[in-house]
Ligand binder design. Structure first.
Ligand SMILES: Nc1ncnc2c1ncn2[C@@H]1O[C@H](COP(=O)(O)OP(=O)(O)O)[C@@H](O)[C@H]1O
Ligand SMILES: [Mg+2]
Length: 245
């Protein structure tokens, strides 16, 4: 068994005349959380999109559990590697309908919707409520539950708490961490919240202008002593704002 959930091997992506990603090399070890940080527009979301074949690289390779993504059957890959976005889309219907949405697409049904809802920290009395009526934090948990129903081994999280208020943010963050602990899910988690990155990360990936310029397996050390000039500049700028506690 390969010990890496995801591996980027010399990955570049060019679109039109633009180089969105340049020679990215990095690994997400199985069962670990990698926080992917960097300035807006540095290529974080683009990098995630390579992991489940939403996009393919111009050169280089992306491996999921040791197998190049383009050799995976796409449905199987997307069951294994699931994505959660910043603004969850609720489909018309109840919370229960929303939880089973992905499984229905695969011709399956959800065996224990109440249990799943509780796994994401919501009371099962919400099952019959209209999904559109939920709060932002509740919607994000339903989106998480809908994704977890597929039993992915790897989660790609793209700024999943940035549309939430502080309270909901911490609740959703705790929910994700407890799922990580109970299921051992590997995670590549994009966040622009540096205090959050500090709390959740085993490993830091720092991107700048399409390059993965710093990979650190000691998150606290990264924040205390960033090694690359772009990371030093980025942390200094963020400290001037209030990105770091
Ligand atoms: N389809 C596309 N064609 C051209 N440029 C794109 C396309 N998609 C994204 N970009 C550009 O790629 C860069 C990286 O975008 P993105 O991955 O969304 O950054 P981040 O998530 O770090 O904010 C940005 O400059 C963005 O404008
Ligand atoms: Mg992004």
């Amino acid at each position: 068994m390969d010990m890496h959930a995801i591996e980027f091997a010399n990955v570049s992506l060019c679109v039109g005349g633009d180089t969105l990603l340049r020679k990215v090399d990095g690994r997400v070890p199985k069962g670990r959380i990698v926080a992917l940080i960097g300035p807006s527009g540095s290529g974080k979301s683009t990098l995630l999109s390579l992991c489940n074949l939403m996009r393919t690289p111009t050169s280089g390779e992306v491996f999921v559990e040791g197998r190049e993504v383009r050799t995976w059957p796409v449905r199987k890959l997307r069951q294994k590697v699931a994505m959660v976005f910043q603004s969850p889309t609720m489909f018309p219907g109840t919370v229960a309908d929303n939880l089973s949405f992905g499984l229905h697409l695969h011709g399956l049904s959800l065996s224990n919707p109440a249990g799943l809802l509780e796994d994401v920290g919501l009371n099962s009395s919400l099952l019959d409520k209209r999904a559109e009526d939920l709060s932002g934090g509740q919607k994000q948990r339903v989106a998480l539950g809908r994704t977890l129903a597929m039993q992915p081994d790897i989660l790609l999280l793209d700024e999943v708490t940035s549309a939430l208020d502080v309270h909901a943010k911490l609740e959703v963050e705790r929910t994700i961490l407890s799922l990580h602990e109970s299921r051992g899910t590997s995670m590549l988690w994009v966040t622009h919240d540096l205090a959050q990155a500090r709390r959740i990360a085993d490993i830091i990936f720092f991107m700048d202008a399409g390059e993965l310029v710093e990979v650190r397996d000691d998150a606290a050390a990264f924040f205390e002593q960033p090694q690359s000039a772009p990371a030093q500049r980025f942390l200094a700028t963020m400290r001037e704002g209030d990105g770091v506690e």
